[in-house]
Design a protein around this ligand. Structure first.
Ligand code: ZN
Length: 262
């Protein structure tokens, strides 16, 4: 039995038997892992608040060959991110980001970069007054970290350089922007210049601007991201937390105008 020691973030946890919990972890060194936290239900002493959602710290778990569920032996929490629980918008955004990470389950080679992007995104969401924008940025950056950055400057199909400014045709299914010639051959939608610039800003190194969007712009960004996530991460399968976040249920309950469906 080998022992793994790595930074990790709690992304999902549920009860298992009368005394234990199963925890899904994003780890920095070993991708996404499921661990059994023996005694976590019976005694708060053993793992304490370390197993709260979105908490982060150094874990040690024992790996059994050929098994998918490992045994958690230690979790030294260093970050609780309690701010995420203080607003529904933050919680739904963090849950959406965490669910995409679980589904992506980056291979070991990519896991350190994806982990760092996830951790930074959760830190941002935990303290922001604009959780939708923080979530949009974090999910796009996570997609880029695992090799799914959308093409914005070159045609994703033929590689031609696109005009630097202005709108482009965009096809989520093939991975980004298309030149005029290729756009005639594939189903594409117009990506307005402001949205193209915004994606560049989110994927670049600038810090996030602490401002939000108008309702229609925000909804367009959610739909754009949703199309990309479903094309590249889930093979069209539904996601629970992410899809609810795309629908904006929390924002509606927080006081935004109710849509016809609510
Ligand atoms: Zn082209």
């Amino acid at each position: 039995m080998a022992s793994v020691v790595t930074p990790a973030i709690v992304l999902h946890a549920f009860d298992y038997s009368e005394s234990s919990r199963i925890v899904r972890l994003a780890t920095r060194e070993a991708g996404v892992q499921s661990v059994l936290a023996r005694g976590a239900r019976r005694s708060q002493k053993r793992f304490g608040a370390a197993l709260d959602l979105f908490a982060e710290g150094e874990v040690q778990f024992e790996v059994k060959a050929g098994r998918d569920l490992h045994t958690l032996s230690r979790f030294d929490a260093t970050r609780g991110r309690r701010g995420i629980g203080e607003s529904l918008g933050r919680f739904e955004g963090a849950a959406a980001l965490g669910e995409v990470m679980l589904r992506v389950a980056p291979a070991d080679d990519d896991s350190a970069l994806a982990y760092d992007v996830l951790a930074a995104g959760l830190d941002d969401i935990a303290t922001t007054s604009e959780p939708v924008v923080a979530t949009l940025r974090a999910v796009w950056r996570l997609l880029a970290a695992i090799g799914y950055a959308p093409a914005l400057d070159q045609c994703v199909h033929c590689g031609d350089t696109l005009p630097a400014d202005g709108p482009v045709a965009f096809a989520a299914a093939v991975g980004g922007a298309l030149c005029d010639r290729c756009a005639r051959l594939a189903p594409a939608r117009p990506l307005p210049a402001y949205a193209r610039d915004q994606l560049r800003a989110w994927l670049g190194d600038e810090p996030r601007k602490p401002t939000g969007f108008d309702g229609p712009v925000e909804r367009a960004h959610r739909r754009l991201l949703s199309g990309f996530v479903h094309a590249h991460v889930t093979d069209g399968q539904p996601l629970r937390a992410f899809d609810a976040w795309v629908q904006g249920s929390g924002a509606a309950r927080d006081g935004a105008p109710a849509g016809p469906a609510s």
